[in-house]
Ligand binder design. Sequence first.
Ligand code: NI
Length: 187
Amino acid sequence: MILPIVGYGNPILRKITQPITKDYPQLSELIDNMFETMYNARGVGLAAPQIDLSISLIVIDAHPFAESYPEAEGFNRVFINPEVVEEFGEMWLFEEGCLSLPELHEEVSRHSNVLVQYYDKDFNPKEELLTGVRARIFQHEFDHLQGKVFVDRLSSIRKTLLKRKLNDISNGRVSTSYRMKKPSIKK
Ligand code: NI
């Protein structure tokens, strides 16, 4: 089932998510729905707050990047309750976008490597070193679990320049090929 995607401005994107347990209701169905929603919107990653659930769950499929970035091949993962052990390596710029911030693409600087611990979809504990585009997609999605979005990482000048676009998204004045959740009406 394709779920509506929450847009920038919705307070759920600002909340720190809660970890889940193995008996979270209909977890495998939820994971399937998140993948379906992500593929439908042509995304490479989706975090639970973006479908209005404040839980520590991320799905990623980096396949669309595989032609340009060989390390993206085979990076199809479910991250449950992920934690960053360490980020290291050089800072590099990469143009990021986000399904919750349609039509916005900005270069963001992040570390090239990240060591993560998480549970997979069957709740097996894992530790994995991610590099390059793998690290980048994970870092972007992990931010969502911390109540952050990529524009938070831009310079204040850049953010000021984007203010109008961000306002439009907050107010639902944006057109997308996928369904977005209507912003709640401000009183
Ligand atoms: Ni995002």
